[in-house]
Design a protein around this ligand. Structure first.
Ligand code: DGL
Length: 270
């Protein structure tokens, strides 16, 4: 146990999507407190320039530090792609992004060495996944594609529509053609439409949710650094902050986490 063990895990995302990571941390680490920041006033991050996303993320990390945290999870693929090493340099504690955990899981799973990646425009254009995959395993065949409409489908509750099916069929065609056996859901929102994606790519393709893999890595980091919360409370305390209006966030959060979510608005500088 360290002097910081009782502190919370800081989690940031551009909006509600990072709650998929919170849900997994809650499942795998039920005794850990969480401070979450959703930058709902400035989302989506996907189409924004990297410098801007980086500036937003650093600003949020400053806020999280003021809330007494012991580590940061950048639960946003676009923010991770924009500059995870910058955030790591800035912080005196562990900072984990969502890309590396998904990459490791995909490599562990693929049998035919053909891995697909889907994400926002920013994430795919950065090639952060492709580079990380090839760094770990140079002989992989990586197929990647930006699927910008997927975030809108999830945000607008349109996943179960015929339009969503048509969009998914068009976006996912190259992965079927290439015969990937593993597909990384490289965006926080995509686990929320995993059923549709699986239906389109077929049961033979393993979907890698970065949320699940990231939570497992958070657990490993807390163990390695002796930072597990010593209190075995079943109600470790979650605090949610947003830059936009709390109400829509609270509604989605309550549904997603299956517990009442109360969010507070924090006005950021930019
Ligand atoms: N959180 C973002 C990500 O994982 C998706 C939403 C956005 O574009 O802000 O890339």
């Amino acid at each position: 146990m360290s002097a910081h063990s009782h502190k919370a895990i800081g989690v940031l995302d551009s909006g509600v999507g990072g709650l998929t990571v919170v849900r997994e941390i809650q499942r795998q680490l039920p005794h850990e407190g969480i401070v979450y920041f959703g930058d709902t006033a400035r989302m989506p991050y996907g189409p924004r320039p990297y410098e801007e996303v980086r500036r937003f993320a650093l600003e949020i990390i400053d806020f999280l530090i003021s809330q007494e945290i012991k580590m940061v999870v950048v639960a946003c693929n676009s923010a991770t792609a924009a500059g995870i090493t910058h955030y790591q340099k800035q912080c005196p504690f562990p900072v984990l992004g969502v890309i590396e955990p998904g990459v490791r899981a995909a490599i562990a799973h693929t049998r035919n060495n053909k891995v697909g990646v889907i994400g926002t425009t920013g994430t795919i254009n950065s090639s952060a996944y492709k580079k990380a995959l090839l760094r770990e395993k140079a002989d992989l065949q990586v197929v990647d594609r930006a699927c910008p409409l997927f975030v809108l489908l999830v945000e607008n509750n349109l996943v179960d529509t015929r339009e969503a099916l048509l969009v998914a069929e068009e976006y996912l065609q190259p992965f079927k053609k290439a015969g990937v056996d593993t597909l990384i859901l490289g965006c926080t929102h995509y686990p929320l439409m995993a059923g549709l994606i699986q239906q389109v790519v077929g049961p033979g393709v393993k979907l890698i949710s970065s949320a699940e893999e990231t939570a497992a890595e958070v657990k490993a980091i807390l163990t390695a650094t002796n930072l597990h919360n010593p209190l075995r409370s079943s109600n470790p305390g979650y605090r949610f902050f947003v830059s936009g209006s709390p109400k829509p966030f609270e509604e989605i959060g309550t549904k997603l986490l299956r517990q009442p979510v109360k969010a507070y608005q924090v006005l950021l500088n930019n």
